[in-house]
Design a binder for this molecule. Structure first.
Ligand SMILES: Nc1ncnc2c1ncn2[C@@H]1O[C@H](COP(=O)(O)OP(=O)(O)O)[C@@H](O)[C@H]1O
Ligand SMILES: Nc1ncnc2c1ncn2[C@H]1C[C@H](O)[C@@H](COP(=O)(O)OP(=O)(O)O)O1
Ligand SMILES: [Mg+2]
Length: 194
């Protein structure tokens, strides 16, 4: 596995719920042709399949909690293997959500060359998620679950940013700006990789 994706860049995309990770990843795909893997999307696909495992996952996500590490890492790994021959870069969106997820990813897959830290104020994230909830159909885009997801983000996920900062691979992106301006900064961070 590690061999197969050796030349592909791995970019972790980390930020609070509603910060704009998915929005920016779509634009990176359009400009750079990288493969976008969103842990949340992979999990929602499993839920949509109606499997027993999906039912268990749905209950966890509805509460705003994290699903077991092995489940999400296996899904990401399988998706990466499926694309390994054609992909020059992977955007890993929504993972790691806690430091141990980063450590396990590196043991099983490889090291990231960049961590895009998509940063927005909590008030901004809540506002965006409430708006997204009007049309997303997501079971976790409601006031109660949003609050839990935010709390968990500050508690479990922010330490991930500190952890990778010491390695010098974190680029903090101001996601309060309009989408296209945010993307200018994202693109700069990716161009600096080359
Ligand atoms: N820079 C931005 N300015 C205004 N709204 C944004 C911005 N980035 C994202 N949004 C909106 O905020 C919501 C959450 O964005 P999304 O990309 O789904 O975030 P995440 O994947 O981090 O949860 C979406 O409805 C999106 O259209
Ligand atoms: N790396 C991960 N580890 C554990 N649970 C995860 C996970 N990524 C996603 N999930 C679960 C819990 C999250 O609250 C839910 C939705 O994740 P998401 O789609 O990445 O949210 P968002 O894009 O709004 O930040 O899925
Ligand atoms: Mg998302």
């Amino acid at each position: 596995m590690a061999d197969k994706i050796k030349d592909a860049k791995i970019i972790f995309v980390v930020g609070g719920p509603g910060s704009g990770k998915g929005t920016q990843c779509e634009k990176v795909v359009a400009k750079y042709g990288y493969t976008h893997l969103s842990s949340g999307d992979l999990l929602r696909a499993e839920v949509a399949s109606g499997s027993d495992r999906g039912k268990t996952l749905q209950a966890i996500m509805q509460k705003g909690e994290l699903v077991p590490l092995d489940t999400v890492l296996d899904m990401i790994k399988d998706a990466m293997i499926a694309k390994a021959d054609v992909s020059k870069g992977f955007l890993i969106d929504g993972y790691p959500r806690e430091v141990v997820q980063g450590e396990e990813f590196e043991k099983k897959i490889g090291a990231p060359s960049l961590l895009l830290y998509i940063d927005a104020r909590s008030e901004t994230m809540v506002k965006r998620l409430m708006k997204r909830g009007e049309t997303s159909g997501r079971a976790d885009d409601n006031e109660e679950t949003i609050k839990k997801r935010l709390d968990l983000y500050y508690k479990a996920t922010e330490p991930v940013i500190t952890f990778y900062s010491s390695r010098g691979i974190v680029r903090k992106i101001d996601s309060e700006l309009p989408v296209d301006e945010v993307f200018t900064h994202v693109a700069k961070a990716i161009d600096d990789l080359k």
